[in-house]
Design a protein around this ligand. Sequence first.
Ligand code: SAM
Length: 359
Amino acid sequence: KFNKDFGQHILKNPGVADAIVAKADLKPTDVVLEVGPGTGNLTVRILEKARKVIAVELDPRMAAEITKRVQGTPLQKKLEVILGDVIKMDLPPFDVLISNTPYQISSPLIFKILALPNPPRTSVLMFQREFAMRLTAQPGDALFSRLSVNSQFWARCTHIMKVGKQNFRPPPQVESSVVRIEPKLGKDRPNVSWQEFDGLLRICFGRKNRTIRASWSTKEVLSMVEKNYRIYCAMNNIPIDDGLVEGAGDGDEAMEVDDDNETGAPADEDEWGGVMDVEDGDDDTPEFFKEQKAAATASQPVKTPSRRKKTKLGEMIKEKIRKVLEDDTDLADKRSSKCDENDFLRLLFAFNNEGIHFA
Ligand code: SAM
């Protein structure tokens, strides 16, 4: 009956459902977004406390079930069911988010909520235990990752309770946890571009167990930084010297790879090996940022020279990166897994100061 592809694990313990709703601290004026209402065990409890519930459900059978459950009751007029994929849709405004999250969308859902221009006051979300631990991990912890930095930079994340697998039907393979995420709002919200900060983190956490220097020396990163720098120069009327470095012959590699990835481990954030029911390998950049970026790139005449020649611009980029990592921040030999948000902010400002952007 339940569809595993949709992460359907129905919460069968009423005590846990009550606790989740209580932890959201709802006001009678609140509009609540519930992701994946399923059969409605959380939904009916939320409806009793809030002004309105917008329930987004991917499975039409479940959408029908929750609609039927409130039909003819006083709760009916407070419920709006939207059929669709929460990750792909534009969200209407809401005050609070509650979800027994389908685990395969954990990462994109968090990124989508944190990047909203008007994020909710609070979110109470059930996740797989390891994902919850990643959200709250500190620098140096084994689970510290790009997700940890982003979530704690943009929000206050608190682990509120452990939930055993026997509380669900059918039981999932792993244990779960409920977390509260309170986005920093108003003057507490960092005055930093989401795309810039996350763009920098993507590079820093590109591979596991690397020094910052190594993360910034791969062919892919150098060519990406060069492309962004060309856009920056085009927008600011800064001339670019596209000449070759003197004495550099054919086949002289412009982009060196300094790969100290001893473990050979895969890209960090996109790998939830073994724990997730469904692999979570998707790019979690919010859709509208991708569109913005594509539009910006399309409007710029960006010429990308052959990667095989040592160009003056390529050398200049390498020197800028060296300067930022060694002279300006002294972070070259540190590993991203040990850096705190202040280190990442210092890196971002130093790169921006050199005209290097990540959005
Ligand atoms: N809220 C119910 C409960 O606690 O018993 C059901 C939770 S179940 C873990 C997850 C629900 O999310 C399922 O009903 C599933 O169909 C729905 N779902 C899965 N992917 C979704 C998506 N991308 N957008 C919206 N709903 C989704």
